[in-house]
Design a binder for this molecule. Structure first.
Ligand code: MRU
Length: 357
């Protein structure tokens, strides 16, 4: 059996040294067009994150890290002396970290680079700052590739037989590696397991139909796209061995924020006795939040619902409710697959035990 799985284009890549730039694959144009945005300043990175040109919790963290390297270049171009340069970099860090509120990976990555900014206090060190920030951003990127591989290995061990249902996009486009939930799927396929992946289309921005199906077709893994409303019906057929999704932020008790529709999927999975897995790196956990009720939920523009893909689908005068994420309570999650191991019987103690191991 041929277990070779082709790769897919990377979501983002840094070109050159500390005076280089960030190239982002514009995911809003997929699957129709493969075009890149070349970011040479922070506002371009912030715009790309807000507009979901780059998206997925780990990928926006990586973009935020590289973005801060561009903030140092901006300060140098403006000829700022050290104190105003540091003020400028911190202001840019805030703009990057708050570009989207739910995925904790973004704040986490920017904070990691800010620690280096805090140690730069004179001209010489500020000159070196761009290099040390670039090294750290590269480290976050490379680490994420390794985290995906580890999540894939752990996850493939516990994946039950049968077809797999997933939601949103959690693959190469969303991470620095093969993905989290999709990374588990790819790892299992490489090991010779055979199944079909059912991808919820993921309304309103269609990350499942446009991006997950795009990745799986290229990887030559069978994929079927369904409208989100068909998921409960599919689960009742008994064809699905498990659901597996990613995460944008996981609270200390295991409650998990992920793409809108995940919670409903978990409820339906429980009703039909289908295991429901979350796959996420430790950078997606926010242990400062006791429970999922404290996770900020991004609300996006009404036009995404009322005018999907630019087509007026609801009458003018109608309003929209458009939360980008929802929270799945820990009790609906069979296990959380992390790079450090598998959290079973998900709750405060089991989360702490695996994350601090
Ligand atoms: O709005 P998006 O497309 O950034 O939402 C992405 C998700 O919800 C993913 O499931 C999550 O970030 C995990 S990606 C490995």
């Amino acid at each position: 059996m041929n277990n070779f799985v082709p790769t897919v284009p990377a979501a983002l890549r840094w070109h050159g040294g500390a005076d280089g730039h960030l190239e982002i694959l514009d995911q809003t144009l997929l699957p129709g067009r493969t075009e890149h945005v070349h970011c040479r300043d922070v506002p371009t990175v912030v715009e790309a994150i807000k507009m979901l040109r780059v998206r997925g919790a780990p990928a926006i963290g990586i973009a935020g890290g590289y973005g801060l390297v561009l903030a140092v270049a901006e300060a140098k171009q403006q000829g700022l002396s050290p104190a105003p340069a540091l003020t400028h970099i911190r202001k840019r860090a805030h703009e990057l970290a708050t570009a989207r509120p739910t995925a904790v990976n973004l704040q986490w990555a920017v904070d990691r680079l800010l620690k280096l900014v805090d140690t730069a206090s004179d001209v010489k060190t500020i000159d070196l700052l761009a290099t040390s920030l670039l090294n750290e951003a590269r480290c976050i990127h490379e680490e994420d590739r390794e985290l995906c591989a580890a999540i894939g290995r752990f996850g493939a061990e516990i994946l039950p037989e049968g077809d797999i249902l997933t939601h949103c996009n959690t693959g190469s486009l969303a991470t620095g590696g093969d993905g989290t939930a999709l990374g588990v799927i790819v790892a299992a396929w490489r090991q010779g397991r055979r199944f079909r992946v059912y991808a919820d289309e993921t309304r309103p921005l269609l990350q499942g139909a446009r991006l997950t199906a795009w990745e799986l077709v290229q990887r030559q893994i069978p994929v079927t796209v369904l409208v989100d409303g068909a998921a409960a019906h599919l689960l009742r057929t008994g064809r699905i061995g498990c659901c597996i999704v990613g995460a944008d932020r996981i609270a200390a008790n295991g409650d998990t924020a992920n793409k809108i529709g995940t919670y409903g999927l978990a409820v339906a999975a429980r009703a039909h006795g289908v295991p429901f897995f979350v796959a996420a790196p430790s950078s997606s956990f926010d242990l400062s939040l006791a429970a999922g009720t404290a996770i900020p939920i991004e609300e996006r523009a009404a036009a995404e619902v009322l005018r999907p893909l630019g087509v007026q689908a609801a009458p003018k005068g109608a309003e929209a409710f458009n939360p980008a994420f929802d929270v799945t309570p820990a009790e609906l999650i069979t296990a959380i697959i992390t790079e450090r191991g598998i959290i079973q019987d998900v709750g405060r103690k089991t989360v702490a035990a695996v994350l601090t191991s």
